[in-house]
Write a protein that binds this ligand. Structure first.
Ligand SMILES: [Cu+2]
Length: 296
C-alpha cells in the first residue's frame, strides 16, 4: 500500500483483503456482502488485496472506476474504465477509485457471493455480465522510468518454469523445474550492487505462477514479445499464465540473498523457489533437509 504524494480528499479509504479459509472465500474475514451507506458524490479508494496463492478476480458493478496503483506503485494517468474484471495475482494488490453514483455499487469477488455493497439496501445485485479483463500492460500513459528496454543491461537471466517427472526430497512425482532443474538443482542469479538486470520469465507449464522476487520492484517490459504500451507497470508479484513469457527489469539496489519464488506457496514448497544473490553477501544458513531450512 502507498500513500499518495498529493493527498486528495478521500471519504472512504478501505482495504479489502480476499482470503480463502478451508474453501470458504472471504473479504476481510467476511463471507457475505458487507453493506455500507455512503452519500453520492463521495470519493472512494479501495485497496484490493489477494492473500490467496492463486489468482482472484474482482468485479466492480454500477460505476466507472480508475485503477490507481498496482502492487503499491501508482499508475500514470489512469483513465476511467467500467465492466472490466480485475485479476489479482496471489499476493498482489490493486488500488481502485471512484466517485459514488446515485445508484448502488457492488464490488464482488468473482464467482462468489462475497463483496462490498454500497447503497444497495433492498436492491438485487445484477447478474455479473461477461466483461473484459483489465490489462495493466496497456492502461494509462507512458512516463519516464529510471531505465527501460533500450538500456544496456549488466546481467541477463532466463527463468523458465517447467514440469517433469523426478524426485523432490527423495519423493518421486511430477515436479516443477526451473531452467530444467528440480529443487535444489535450480540456478542462483548472482548480481552485483548497482547492476541493471534483465530477466525473461517463461511459463512452460499449464498452471499459472505468480512469480515474486523479494526486496525489489520489477519493471515489466513486455509480455509475449509485446512491449508495455501504457503506464509504467511496476510489480513485485507477476502472474505468469500458462505459456506466457514476460521480460522484466530491475536495479540491483538492495544487497542481500533474496527469494525469487512462486507466490502459490504450495508450488513454492514443491520446489518453485530460487534465489537472487548479491556478490559478496554470504549467509551461514544452509538450505535443505539436513539443516531443516525449508524456505516455505
Ligand atoms: Cu506456481
Amino acid at each position: 500500500m502507498i500513500e499518495p504524494a498529493q493527498p486528495t480528499r478521500i471519504d472512504l479509504d478501505l482495504a479489502l483483503a480476499a482470503h480463502t479459509f478451508d474453501g470458504v472465500a472471504t473479504l476481510n474475514g467476511n463471507d457475505g456482502f458487507q453493506s455500507r451507506k455512503i452519500s453520492s458524490g463521495a470519493s472512494v479508494r479501495l485497496r484490493l488485496l489477494n492473500t490467496d496463492g492463486t489468482p482472484r478476480r474482482f468485479t466492480v458493478q454500477g460505476t466507472q472506476f480508475l485503477v490507481l496503483a498496482v502492487d503499491g506503485t501508482d499508475l500514470n494517468e489512469p483513465t476511467l474504465i467500467e465492466n472490466e474484471m480485475l485479476e489479482i495475482a496471489g499476493g498482489g494488490r490493486v488500488d481502485i477509485a471512484f466517485t459514488v453514483p446515485l445508484a448502488p455499487v457492488w464490488i464482488t469477488l468473482a464467482e462468489t457471493e462475497v463483496g462490498l455493497a454500497l447503497n444497495a439496501d433492498g436492491v438485487t445485485r445484477p447478474i455479473t455480465e461477461a466483461s473484459a479483463e483489465f490489462d495493466p500492460s496497456s492502461y494509462g500513459e507512458p512516463a519516464e522510468t529510471p531505465f527501460n528496454a533500450s538500456n544496456r543491461f549488466d546481467r541477463r537471466f532466463e527463468l523458465t518454469i517447467g514440469r517433469r517427472p523426478g524426485f523432490l526430497d527423495g519423493r518421486p512425482g511430477l515436479q516443477w523445474t526451473i531452467n530444467g532443474g528440480i529443487f535444489p538443482h535450480v540456478p542462483v542469479f548472482v548480481v552485483r550492487e548497482g547492476d541493471l538486470v534483465h530477466m525473461t520469465i517463461t511459463n512452460d507449464t499449464d498452471a499459472v505462477h505468480p512469480m515474486h522476487l523479494h526486496g525489489h520492484h520489477l519493471l515489466v517490459l513486455s509480455r509475449d514479445g509485446a512491449p508495455v504500451s501504457g503506464s509504467p507497470w511496476w510489480t513485485d508479484t507477476l502472474n505468469i499464465e500458462a505459456g506466457e513469457r514476460y521480460e522484466v527489469a530491475f536495479r540491483a539496489d538492495n544487497p542481500g540473498i533474496w527469494m525469487d519464488h512462486c507466490h502459490n506457496l504450495r508450488h513454492a514448497a514443491d520446489g518453485l523457489t530460487m534465489h537472487v544473490m548479491y556478490e559478496g553477501v554470504t549467509t551461514p544458513f544452509k538450505i535443505g533437509d539436513t539443516t531443516h531450512n525449508e524456505p516455505e
